[in-house]
Design a protein around this ligand. Structure first.
Ligand SMILES: [Zn+2]
Ligand SMILES: [Zn+2]
Length: 300
């Protein structure tokens, strides 16, 4: 691991003269070998320079990153604090870097001809993630994280991006007065007007709202969306085994809600009934949209 050697001391010498910290110096060669932090790589480079009669030491103030690595702990704490406020099995941390620093960085790569440089953002993501991991105690997930905390490194602000939850189920529609999904008012498009009595919709409620409103409340989510097979006529009932649907809840602060309780509460409605609720993935939205109805009773 420590046998990495810098293969271009002329770039290293020119870079060191720019007054870079060890992180920023090492990062200029960040893609030329793995298994080592840029910090350590920077120290190795400086050692080689010194051994070759080019004295170099870490400056008090890095001219590129302004010593951003000194406050990584604060970024990690802020990210952990935000993530711990919500339920998730896993997480990912991302950063927003000051665009001025990014521009300076790219100009430096060009000037030095550094072809194996790693962006500051990549190092920050990784190093903040490492520090936050023990504070959060959940798994890091790169592909489908349930929550992404984006740290704005200018202000140590954190914004959360929470992945939606998807619930599969079947419904029966027992009323000829309600649509399957929310139907915004044609006139005001949802703002509320005289025609819709200010509710912004053509109908008081819908199959979607009967279950969606309960699910949003239970999951402390933001909005609900119902995915089903096409549109059905309002005056058609849906009896028999019911119609499959996928309910999507955006921004849920609680993911592992009790689906039995959701079913029980939604089924207090006289207008629609729900059954077979289970958690599913985004992929099933496509399946349910394409699905052929197995047994559809249209009673007119
Ligand atoms: Zn630096
Ligand atoms: Zn209206």
């Amino acid at each position: 691991m420590n046998d990495w050697v810098c293969d271009d001391l002329s770039i290293a010498a020119a870079a060191a003269e720019k007054g870079l910290c060890d992180h920023c110096l090492g990062r200029l060669f960040g893609k030329s070998g793995t298994g080592m932090t840029n910090d350590l790589r920077g120290r190795i480079i400086r050692g080689s320079l010194n051994n070759n009669g080019i004295p170099s030491s870490e400056p008090d103030n890095c001219t590129l990153c302004d010593n951003i690595f000194d406050v990584l702990g604060r970024f990690a704490e802020a990210a952990a604090e935000s993530i711990l406020e919500i339920d998730s099995d896993n997480f990912l941390i991302g950063t927003r870097v000051d665009p001025e620093i990014s521009a300076k960085e790219e100009a430096l790569w060009k000037e030095l001809g550094a072809e194996n440089a790693e962006p500051l953002k990549a190092e920050l993501n990784r190093e903040i993630g490492k520090l936050a991991l023990p504070l959060i105690g959940r798994a890091v997930e790169f592909k489908n994280p349930q929550v992404v905390a984006c740290v704005d490194t200018r202000f140590a602000d954190v914004t959360l991006d929470i992945a939606p939850i998807f619930i599969y189920g079947r419904y029966n529609k027992l009323s000829r007065e309600i649509p399957q999904t929310i139907w915004p008012c044609r006139l005001c498009k949802g703002k509320g007007c005289g025609r819709c009595n200010g509710i912004g919709k053509m109908y008081e409620t819908s199959v979607q709202e009967i279950i969606g409103d309960v699910a949003v409340k239970m999951s402390e989510g933001e909005e609900h969306f119902m995915h089903g097979m096409g549109r059905e006529d309002i005056d058609a009932l849906m009896l028999g085994t019911g119609r499959p649907f996928v309910l999507e809840i955006s921004g849920p602060r609680k993911r592992d809600i009790d689906l039995k309780e959701l079913e029980r509460t939604a089924n207090l409605s006289e207008l629609a009934k729900f059954n077979e609720l289970r958690f599913t993935t985004r992929d099933s939205v496509k399946q349910v949209k394409l699905a052929e109805p197995t047994k559809v009773y249209r009673v007119k």
